[in-house]
Write a protein that binds this ligand. Sequence first.
Ligand code: PMP
Length: 430
Amino acid sequence: MARNTQDLLSDRARLLGPNVATFYDDPLHIVRGEGVWLWDAAGRRYLDCYNNVPHVGHCNPRVVEAICRQAGTLNTHTRYLHDGILDYVERLTGTMAAASLNTAVLTCTGSEANDIALRMAEAVTGKRGIIATDATYHGNTSLVSQLSQSNVPQVGFGLEQYFRFVPAPDSLRHPDPDGRLFAASVADQISALEGEGPGFAALLVCPYFLNEGFPDHPDGWLKPTAEVVRKAGGLLICDEVQSGFGRTGTHFWAHEKMGVVPDVVTLGKPMANGHPVGGVVADRDIVAAFRNGYRYFNTFGGNPVSCAAAMAVLEEMDEAKLMENARLVGEYAKHRLRALREKHAVIGDVRGSGLIFGAELVLDRATHQPASALTDRVINEMRARGIILSKLGRHKNTLKIRPPMPFSAQNADLLFDTLDEVLGAVAASA
Ligand code: PMP
């Protein structure tokens, strides 16, 4: 049954219950995708500057073909022997520079991956205290949702005692160019956890702090923090659900960009281009401690179709040289954003690396007062003009531009020509 927008909204409320979010004041009804393009039910085309899950492009033919081929052959679970998962894990771990990141658990979501990572930390250290930033999101299980401060759950499930938060890095308002202030705040929370009971098990961070607004940090910035964590005997867990798979253009993994070797890396979103695949990569001993401790089995995790889809993503990344594309187009995008900053006073800061970039919109460049309401208007105006992007960060005033990896310089031109128009229109009507 084809519904119009109003019917879709009322049927969602009736059938799915309250609090099921949509994007935009005028929610989108998307019916088709191809590469960096999306089409709505009326046949209108949109440039997708936001979605990172279709990493190698919406409906990428190689991925579609791999899924169809494997789905037409066999789909079971990991209690039967199969080459698919082994070939994939071999290739995946081969993308990681550290020899210690050599063993994997495959899941269906990033949340499951982080949940496993926290339990690995418990299995290895015998302690339960976890540290994260106070403006992040790491997922939706009862355990992991406790540290998703950007979306605080109303129910604690009795787990609150295990979590401590450090201020999210903010390179615009609180510069910390060598990462020592961040490391010191982690050290403070380690002391608090060690003093109060649960002890310190792990620090869980996105190495590029994407949900926090991707602050401008030099490569190697996490080194002092990693030292503090190691000295205290805890694990460093890097959540690469958003930052991984070449997104930053310079490194396949953002932890490598930030100069650290995590004990555990968690993966998700782009891993299989929209087919639900997540994973955890760690040292064999850490995985063994977890597998022995928890006897983990995941019915769908690592099934042959999922592995075929995930493998096709890595192949496409290589063949289409998408990380190199991210680096080149990302540099061009930042150059265009900096030029817009000269013209529009509302652009307070331009940041990013590769195909995660954006601008922080401020009411006053001296005080950096966030232009949160205006950012919301910009996003909606861009949508009205056929460009899909979003906002993020503690103040929800940072434009979040994170397109599929085949995004081109020509696509960037359309994005920034439109943004130029919208910033002018929004400023004129303010
Ligand atoms: N970690 C990060 C950094 C994320 O951004 C998200 C999802 N936005 C998750 C974990 C959770 O992933 P999933 O929705 O697949 O459970």
